[in-house]
Structure formats: structure tokens, C-alpha cells
Ligand binder design. Structure first.
Ligand code: CIR
Length: 253
């Protein structure tokens, strides 16, 4: 069960965020409204939510998931692969420290964005992406092992972050699409296949029995409900324009 979440309000500079998507420029007002609803959804799942002020110097800083990995035993501050995002870490450091005694960090030349890390119990899958390199993944695995957890790397090439195409929703169940459907390491899970035209919704998040699913993906909602979960839809269309998934907008621990 999760108790806490950390989020950061979107900045007006959001419009300058990194993006390879082709859905247009995010609308700031709409992004703020969607962020408020996202926070409501986290609270409905029973989380105590810390909302950090917007950070104008960092257009992508509302995607807090990438700058820290929060485990039950320690928090690990990352070193984002995107140079424009590296400075986000120092802005969240004090908040992370206020929740954890054990703080670790990824150091140069290691690079990790925690959107590339999927937790499944005590094990953490780490995607090797354009943002997360082998050195960073090795550092992460050593840190996890120090606290009696484990990690392994996942080769990937189709999406920005590992969790862009994968979501572990507990009970041995995995949402997956594209290249992740056939990976040998995931065959031990009950895989719910997310169709290619719904791939954005593979990034859905389990929180205390409810699965938050991005709004607009009815078939995904139907299969998750059919598997026995409660679903809460959240509209994150403005964040999708920046390649941001639903999970990226919070740290949950
Ligand atoms: C970026 O490219 O870094 C941001 N525009 C989106 C980050 C999304 N984060 C995530 O998938 N964990």
C-alpha cells in the first residue's frame, strides 16, 4: 500500500517541454485543471499528497517521477539523461529527504530517469533507454541490493521510458504493449495486452486497489475492470503532448 505522493504543479514554461509527440502545444490552463483532478484522484486513493510549487526554470519539472525512485527502504535521487532536466533533482531533494532517512544518488557518468524503472514487489526492472544508461542501471542495482532488493535491466527501443509501454498493477498482472509483450522476463506475469492504438494507456497506475487510467481509452478501462480492478480515469491529454504519461506526474510511496 502507498501512503504518500509528491507532485509538482505545471509551470507556464511547460509549453517548452521536451517532446517528440505530434499532438500540439499544451494548453497551460487546461494542464492546471487536469493536474488538480490528478491530485484529487491520488487523494481518492487514500494518499497524503505533497504539492510542490511550479518551477519555471524547468519546463518538464512537473514530471517528478523521473528524478527520484522511492522504495520502501530508501530514496534514490537520479541523474536524468536529458541535460535540460538534470537541475530538477536539486529542487526536489529537500522534499524527498523529509520523508526518508536513507538517501542515495546516481552519479556521473550514470544516467537514470525513474520513468524507466518499474517496481514489481522487491524487484525493479530498469529500461535501457536514451535517458537511462547501463552505468546508471548498474549503480541503481547496487543500491537496491544494499537494501535487500533486486534489479535487472530491460533492453528496449520503441518508446521513451520503460513505463511508457508497461505498467505493473499488482497481483502478478502487467499491462503491456509493443516490444514488451514478448520479452521473456515478463512471461511469468499475467499480461493484459494493450492494443497499439491504445498504447498510451499502458502507462496506468495501481494505487491501493484502484487503477488510474488515462481518459479516452475505453477498451483499456474495460479489460482492467474485467480483471477485477476498480478504475479511475484521469484526463492527462495536455501532458501527453509532452510524451508524459500518467505515472510521470507523481512519486508514490
Ligand atoms: C521528457 O521528455 O522528459 C518529458 N517531456 C516527459 C517525461 C515523461 N516522464 C515519464 O515518462 N516518466
Amino acid at each position: 500500500m502507498f501512503k504518500y505522493a509528491i507532485t509538482r504543479k505545471p509551470s507556464r514554461s511547460l509549453v517548452d517541454g521536451l517532446s517528440d509527440a505530434d499532438y500540439g502545444i499544451p494548453d497551460y490552463k487546461k494542464a492546471v485543471a487536469q493536474h488538480n483532478d490528478y491530485i484529487d484522484a491520488l487523494k481518492e486513493c487514500g494518499l497524503d499528497v505533497t504539492v510542490l510549487e511550479a518551477c519555471e526554470d524547468f519546463p518538464d519539472s512537473c514530471f517528478v517521477e523521473d528524478v527520484a525512485l522511492m522504495t520502501p527502504h530508501c530514496a534514490i535521487l537520479t541523474r536524468p539523461g536529458a541535460p535540460s532536466r538534470r537541475g530538477e533533482v536539486k529542487h526536489i531533494e529537500d522534499t524527498v529527504k523529509s520523508f526518508y532517512e536513507n538517501i542515495e544518488r546516481i552519479t556521473s557518468p550514470g544516467q537514470v530517469e525513474a520513468g524507466d524503472i518499474m517496481m514489481a514487489g522487491d524487484h525493479y526492472y530498469i529500461g535501457l533507454s536514451e535517458r537511462t544508461n547501463q552505468i546508471g542501471a548498474d549503480q541503481m542495482i547496487s543500491i537496491l541490493e544494499k537494501y535487500a532488493m533486486t534489479g535487472s535491466v530491460v533492453e528496449m527501443s520503441e518508446v521513451l521510458h520503460l513505463k511508457t509501454g508497461l505498467g505493473y498493477i499488482e497481483d502478478n498482472t502487467l499491462l503491456a504493449c509493443g516490444e514488451f509483450l514478448s520479452k521473456p522476463e515478463f512471461q511469468k506475469y499475467d499480461i493484459i495486452e494493450i492494443e497499439a492504438d491504445h498504447s498510451y494507456s499502458a502507462n496506468s497506475v495501481w494505487i491501493n486497489g484502484t487503477v488510474l487510467v488515462p481518459k479516452g481509452y475505453d477498451r483499456t478501462v474495460a479489460v482492467i475492470k474485467a480483471a477485477g480492478y476498480k478504475v479511475r480515469e484521469v484526463d492527462v491529454s495536455e501532458y501527453r503532448k509532452l510524451d508524459g504519461g500518467l505515472s510521470c506526474l507523481s512519486l508514490r510511496f
